[in-house]
Every structure is written in C-alpha cells, then in structure tokens.
Design a protein around this ligand. Structure first.
Ligand code: UDP
Length: 238
C-alpha cells in the first residue's frame, strides 16, 4: 500500500452535500458514507480536520432575503453547522473513529470551544476534529472558515468536496461543453470568478500558500486515492 502523501488535511464539506435524498436536513445514509470515507483516511494515518457547512439547514443570506436581520441569520447558519458537526461526530464514533466537535461560538455544554493548541493535540492523537460554527463571525462563510483553520492548524492540503469532478470554466451541470482545469492558479480562479470557493477563502489560501484541491465527494474512494498521491480533481496553487 502506498503511504499517504499528506500528514494533515482539512476537508470542507458543504452542508448541502448532507441532504442526499432528503428534502431538508441530513440523510443518514450519506452521513454514514462520508464518515466511512473519513475513517479510511484516518486508518492510513492521515490526521483529518473537517469543516462542514450549514446550507442544508440555514444560510444567513437566505434568511435575510426573507426579511430577517442578517447577523441573526448568520448566527442561525453558524448554529446549523454545529448541528451538522454533532451528527458527523456521532457517525464517526459509531464506526470507531474518535472525533471532537470544536465550536467557534461558545456552546461548551454540547461541544468543545475552539482552542487552536487543543485542536492540534486532538489531531496528533488521531482524533478527527470537526471545526463548527464557521469563523464565529457573521458575514463569513464556512469556505473561509475552512481556509482559516487549515492555515491555523498547519494542514498540508485543503480539500473542498463538491458535487462535480473539479474546477470547470462554467458549471458542467448547466454547460456540458465547460472546460475542465486539472490545475489552476489562485489568481486565475479569482480573475475568472470560477466557482471554487468564495473570494475571501481563495485569497487566504493564496496569501498563505495553502494548496487547495477541489474534488467530487460522490465518487467512492476518491479521497483515499487523492491522499495517496493520485491526481484527483483540480489543484489550485500559485
Ligand atoms: N456563517 C457565518 N460565519 C461563518 C460561517 C458561516 O455567519 O464564519 C453562516 C452563514 O450564514 C452561512 C451559514 O453559516 O450561510 C452556513 O454556512 P455556509 O453557507 O458556508 O454553508 P455551506 O454552503 O457550505 O453548506
């Protein structure tokens, strides 16, 4: 077996990916499948940090569009990510993978507060750490939280899991003629407004040299192949 290429990775999953065949919330089958993929990474010795979005439950911008105060909406969105994090922690622990949810907002009766040094210690001990509540601030996204935490904990790679195989010139689900980019620079992704991550997240990665992979989470085993060095998805670098 090939040894993993990375010691520590941060995987960003969107909340929406958890919906699966449900109309809303979390599809338990999807959750268990993702947990299984993460277990396979941990089993080969990769330290795994996760950021899960909240879009399957609430998004601040969506709530604000219906008249809610934006900051309140964002706080609800952040709390939604905590719920997703707790569900993932539960799914991981059910299959024998120790996990800890660490929240950027203080709700320490349900999970740990985010403390960087403690997070690093969990990772060193082989526990999956789920960074919840985004950055803890309104007007940000969990993409930005993923970049921020990946840089903070010294991840070797940030992986953005999506529904498509990587980065395209246009949405391949809408435009079948869209060009696939196996490798692209941060600046080009920003300039062309490609749907990679939001601008803040890409700029953070660029300014701190955090390599970013965009890959399809619905392809079984792709994550493991990626961390073993296969050229899965698209790579964003300088
Ligand atoms: N959010 C926030 N600050 C953060 C991260 C998230 O206010 O640092 C809120 C924001 O309202 C966002 C929601 O939480 O819409 C859910 O996160 P996101 O939209 O990034 O989830 P995803 O699209 O990945 O499911």
């Amino acid at each position: 077996m090939t040894a993993p290429l990375y010691r520590r990775i941060l995987l960003k999953l969107s909340g929406e990916a958890l919906v699966g065949s449900e109309a809303y919330g979390i599809d338990p089958e999807i959750l268990d499948r993702f947990a299984g993929e993460i277990r396979d990474l941990a089993a080969v010795g990769v330290q795994v940090a996760l950021v899960i979005g909240g879009g399957n439950i609430f998004r601040g911008a969506g709530l604000a569009a219906k008249g809610m105060d934006r900051v309140t909406g964002d706080q609800m969105g952040m709390l939604a990510t905590v719920m997703n994090g707790l569900a993932m922690q539960d799914a991981l622990e059910r299959i024998g993978v120790p996990a800890r949810v660490m929240s950027a907002l203080k709700i320490n009766q349900v999970c740990e507060d985010y403390i960087r040094r403690r997070a690093m210690r969990h990772l060193e001990k082989g526990r999956v750490v789920v960074f919840a509540a985004g950055t803890g601030n309104p007007f940000f996204t969990t993409d930005s939280a993923a970049s921020l935490r990946a840089i903070e904990v010294g991840a070797d790679l940030l992986i953005k899991a999506t529904k498509v195989d990587g980065i395209y010139s246009a949405d391949p689900m809408i435009d079948p003629g869209a060009t696939f980019y196996p490798r692209i620079s941060y600046d080009r992704a920003l300039r062309e407004g490609l749907q990679v991550m939001d601008t803040t997240a890409i700029v953070l990665c660029r300014d701190h040299g955090m390599p970013l992979r965009v890959m399809n989470i619905n392809e079984p085993g792709a994550l493991l192949r990626l961390i073993r060095g296969e050229d899965v998805g698209s790579l964003v670098v300088s």
